[in-house]
Design a binder for this molecule. Structure first.
Ligand SMILES: O=C(O)c1cc(=O)[nH]c(=O)n1[C@@H]1O[C@H](COP(=O)(O)O)[C@@H](O)[C@H]1O
Length: 245
């Protein structure tokens, strides 16, 4: 693997949105030559249980534990403390929970990881979900202004709360970078290669466009896991990313 493909591999996160540990491990084994990190989200975690995180880590890959915690600060801190013991590399909470909640989560995660002698996972916030478009944002949810402005404001709050970065759509990368700097991690789902089908994702870009905008990591699910040949799909995405790295 050449240097650019290797760099692309480090930036690619595949969402393991399946129901069983066996199905998840099968994908990890198939894809780990091309993918550096795997995402365990609500579907897999709630179906298979917490041990799935340890089983995936045993395969020698990194894990983004995407449970999008959102509750009062004390509840989120206690839940985050429990999750920090599982050995994930990234944990997330919703920015809409506010700075006190985010600060409590980050503090609990870092304290527990240190007590266990584990490296501290990155703690990041989810801003405006990539399935939300401007009409839903404004008319249904009742927010004023545009999505980009809200994402920028929540990214700034996230940084002020001492978190490591955000999840946002690739369309907001430029404004987040400008507001939060180069060290702030920006993780972008809503990745749709030109050859993939359209679905519930609304604020989308291709892998090359997202890299070009300066994404730290790309999260890709169905375009890889729903393909008849997931390894070939991952390879195509890697090549598209590498072209602009
Ligand atoms: O936090 C996330 O990972 C996330 C945030 C967001 O705004 N949008 C979003 O799609 N995600 C997750 O990213 C993954 C995207 O998967 P695909 O739409 O299949 O590529 C899913 O597992 C989502 O849960």
């Amino acid at each position: 693997m050449n240097k650019k493909l290797h760099l692309a591999k480090e930036k690619l996160i595949v969402a393991l949105d399946v129901n069983t540990t066996e199905a998840a491990l099968e994908l990890v084994r198939k894809l780990s030559p091309r993918v550096g990190m795997f995402k365990v989200g609500m579907q897999l975690f709630y179906s298979a249980g917490p041990d799935v995180v340890r089983r995936i880590k045993e395969e020698g890959v990194r894990v983004f534990l995407d449970l999008k915690l959102h509750d009062i600060p004390n509840t989120v801190a206690q839940a985050a403390r429990a999750l920090a013991g599982l050995g994930a590399d990234i944990i997330n909470v919703h920015a809409a929970g506010g700075t006190a909640m985010m600060r409590a989560a980050a503090g609990a995660v870092r304290e527990r990881a240190a007590a266990l002698g584990l490296p501290a996972p990155l703690v990041i916030s989810v801003t405006v979900l990539t399935s939300i478009d401007q009409p839903v944002f404004q008319q249904e949810l009742g927010y004023s202004g545009d999505i980009q402005g809200k994402v920028r404001a929540w990214a700034i709050l996230t940084k002020e709360a001492g978190l490591d970065g955000v999840v946002a759509s690739p369309k907001e990368i430029a404004v987040i970078r400008e507001a939060c700097g180069d060290d702030f991690k920006i993780i972008t789902p809503g990745i749709r290669p030109a050859w993939s089908v359209s679905d519930d994702q609304k604020r989308i870009m291709t892998p090359a466009e997202a890299i070009d905008q300066g994404a730290s990591y790309l999260v890709v699910g169905r375009p890889v896991t729903g393909d008849a040949d997931p390894s070939a799909a991952a390879q195509k995405i890697l090549s598209e990313m590498a072209e602009v790295l």
